[in-house]
Design a protein around this ligand. Structure first.
Ligand code: BGC
Length: 738
């Protein structure tokens, strides 16, 4: 068993509080009679999501008083960032007791990697490749958020991205559609649990539909330009997986696709999302994006923007008030069929019924229990577990785990004793609850002498206390360089044109390197960074991302070898920003390789990445041997078993993520040089071997072709690759016959 038993028992107790079947039931009669009673104003109210009281950051001039009036008048259906549990309870009381029809409100929040107990950022969690633990983290997030009155989440983010300049890569699962699908489903299972009636669950909203991860130049909100094959083979799969998992809501994105803003993209929303994928839940716009149709130059005015978004079946308008201001007049002028509004209201009320809000509108707001339900010891234990599993060991010249013989450890850099390690989108996470690297090290290495210096600037190349850094380094047996990006450099509106460790931090590393004391880089980051200098010059590198509330403890346990790192990268680390976008599942050019002058290459740096997708070291070594296929021909309806032997050839036990890639050698369109199709974890003692088997059927070979204008599987040759990363594997061929 990989996790302590109690972790599951806590989960089981919570999940059995109110077990409900996954099929949420039908409420057609109740919804019909409510819709019949509703005025147009009240219907429009359900379609409006307003920013909550006390939310000072943005807004369109609404004050708490306006919001209260709106709630009482039935002019709002959901509240984003609602304040604390008492606010929620009071707002809900006003909605159900003082509005004419007493329709309860949704309370929405961005619960991205925890609510009070903060887990590593999603990109980090995806590096665990551990769907069970990711699901558990999101279950905990749902319990904590639900107890604060939140009923409807704005997550998970399923945007596939190949561009680390885009700040929002931190919120997703990296560059691979398959892995992102697995993680997106795990998050949805965590949020929505066995059914929305369960009082510890919240509606999940998969976002951002679609293509947002492909913004040009990595610049947020920017144009997206790709063909339908990229849309369907790369960006769509995690959304499809989310819908299969029963996600309650989908959020549109800020970008354009095919020159049309997605929030008004009728073919993608009405035909693909609702029609082809059969999505029946709520579609919500992103923040203010219906109004942005005017700035895009797609709508003349608010009236047209409203019509376009409604035509695309966007049910809820987030924050801006185009629906509020124009729907009545559009209906009066005969330009809008009220049936469109009724259909949107129906989808919203359906979810309110499924949540059980009509039976108990306060069911989520655990005013009495909130303290015992949040940031509990078991929740923190899961945060530590997943933080350890998310870390990726990028280099180790024998320095790690830190030996008992090391007596003096120096920690230097801005993250040496910083509690600001939660990362962005950390909901109600409190940095004062976060365990710093120093605190974790002091606890774990209580016998060692630990000194530290919290110097370094993220934003400026400011002068450093160079002498002090040098002395600190010289007086230690090992230096921990605690460097990276501040949280403000990733997430929304945090695109970067450079990918270096910012400010004056590289100088800190140079000073330490000049002293020749062995050094390990502990990298705090929300995206892949260009750290070639460190690969050359330090002895070990551990990528810890933004590790969350238990960060310091988790890092210290990994450094001590109490946990043997098992994380693998889910995004390629380029050598240089000029290579971006750089991803493992690219096409072959007509001039691959680099030997000829006229091959597809750079003349100043190698083509390949610094660290490839799927890469991550361990304190032990794994050897792959004996790749076998059960047969060399696969019939369309049959299966091939591909097996490989993995041996732990090192001295300590370790866990390995065994990865399966496939290449379709010749297609009616060109196919990627490899695509991840599966993965399995093996836990091996020193010297132990295990045979890992994957079953390959034609469903794994399917892709969307613009030639056939359909999903197809083509007979022909395929290569199976099984290995430790996208760049190190054994391979064999088979033939698909029909
Ligand atoms: C983001 C969404 C988020 C929303 C509400 C937007 O700016 O793009 O992902 O859910 O704000 O906070």
């Amino acid at each position: 068993m990989r996790y302590p038993l109690w972790m599951f028992l806590v989960g089981l107790v919570c999940l059995s509080c109110n077990p409900q079947p996954k099929n949420e039931g039908h409420y057609d009669l109740q919804i019909d009679s409510l819709i019949q009673e509703m005025t147009t104003y009240e219907k429009v109210g359900q379609l409006y999501q307003c920013l909550g009281r006390g939310h000072a950051r943005v807004g369109d001039g609404e004050k708490a008083r306006d919001l209260i009036e709106l709630v009482k008048a039935g002019g709002v259906g959901s509240i984003l960032v609602p304040g604390d549990v008492h606010d929620v309870a009071e707002m809900q009381r006003m909605a159900v007791e003082e509005s004419r029809l007493g329709i309860p409100l949704f309370f929405n929040y961005d619960v991205i990697h925890g609510f009070k107990t903060i887990f590593p950022v999603p990109l980090a969690m995806s590096c665990s490749w551990d769907a069970t633990l990711v699901q558990r983290a999101h279950e905990i997030a749902a319990i904590e958020a639900a107890s604060a009155g939140i009923s409807y989440n704005h997550g998970p983010m399923a945007d596939v991205s190949r561009d680390p300049r885009w700040g929002r890569v931190m919120e997703g699962n990296g560059e691979d559609p398959h892995l992102s699908s697995v993680m997106t489903q795990a998050a949805i299972r965590g949020f929505q649990g066995p059914g929305l009636h369960d009082s510890h669950t919240i509606i999940a909203c998969v976002k951002h539909f679609i293509g947002y991860g492909a913004v040009e130049g990595g610049r947020d909100y920017n144009t997206v330009d790709f063909g339908e094959e990229t849309l369907r083979n790369i960006h769509l799969p995690p959304f499809l997986a989310a819908i299969d998992e029963g996600v309650g809501s989908v959020m549109t994105s800020f970008n354009v696709v095919g020159s049309v803003p997605t929030v008004a993209h009728e073919p993608l929303l009405r035909e693909v999302l609702r029609g082809e994928l059969g999505f029946e839940g709520i579609v919500i716009s992103d923040f203010g994006s219906i109004g942005e149709l005017i700035k895009h130059g797609y709508a003349r005015d608010a009236t047209q923007a409203t019509l376009q978004a409604l035509q695309g079946t966007v049910d809820i308008e987030m924050q801006s008030r185009n629906y509020h201001e124009t729907i009545q007049q559009l209906i009066d002028a005969g330009q809008l069929d009220v049936a469109i509004i009724d259909a949107a209201v129906r989808r919203i009320l359906q979810k309110k019924f499924e949540l059980g809000l009509f039976e108990n509108p306060y069911r989520f707001a655990a005013v009495e229990q909130i303290d015992s339900l949040t940031l509990s010891i078991p929740h923190r234990a899961v945060a530590k577990e997943i933080a350890k599993r998310s870390m990726v060991l990028l280099k180790n010249e024998g320095l790690l785990p830190i030996s008992d013989k090391i007596e003096r450890i120096a920690i230097v850099g801005p993250f040496a004793n910083s509690q600001d390690i939660l990362g962005r989108w950390s909901a109600k996470g409190d940095t004062s609850e976060a365990v710093t690297l120093l605190a974790g090290m002091q606890k774990q290495f209580s016998g060692a002498q630990i000194t530290w210096l919290g110097v370094g600037d993220f934003w400026k190349n400011a002068p450093l206390p160079e002498k002090k850094i040098k002395e600190l380094s010289e007086s230690a047996d090992l230096v921990i360089l605690a460097l990276g990006e501040p949280k403000e450099m990733s997430a929304e509106a945090a695109s970067r044109a450079t990918l270096t460790i910012p400010g004056n931090q590289n100088r800190i590393a140079e000073i330490v390197e000049e002293t020749s004391t062995p050094a390990v880089l502990i990298l705090f980051n929300g995206r892949p960074l260009t750290i070639g200098w460190y690969q050359e010059n330090v002895d070990a590198i551990l990528d810890v991302w933004f590790p969350g509330t238990e960060g310091g403890n988790a890092i210290a346990e990994v450094l001590a070898g109490e946990y043997n790192p098992s994380g693998k990268l889910t995004m390629t680390f380029p050598r240089h920003v000029g290579q971006v976008p750089l991803y493992y599942n690219h096409y072959s050019t007509g001039r691959p390789g680099t030997s000829s002058r006229y091959s597809s290459k750079y003349i100043d740096i190698p083509n390949g990445p610094l660290y490839p997708f799927g890469f991550g070291l361990s304190y032990t070594d794994f050897e792959y041997s004996d790749l076998k296929l059960s047969k060399e021909e696969l019939m369309l309806t049959g299966h091939i078993e591909a097996s490989v032997t993995v041996t732990n050839t090192g001295n300590v036990a370790g866990e390995e993520i065994v990865q399966l890639y496939i290449r379709d050698l010749v297609g009616e369109i060109v196919r990627p040089v490899k695509e991840l199709k599966g993965f399995k974890m093996v836990n091996l003692k020193a010297g132990e071997s295990e045979t890992v088997t994957f079953s390959i059927g034609s469903e794994l070979l399917k892709y969307w072709s613009p030639v056939s204008h359909d999903y197809i599987v083509e007979p022909g040759q395929f290569t199976v690759m099984i290995g430790t990363s996208s760049a190190a594997y054994l391979e064999r061929n088979f033939e698909l016959t029909d």
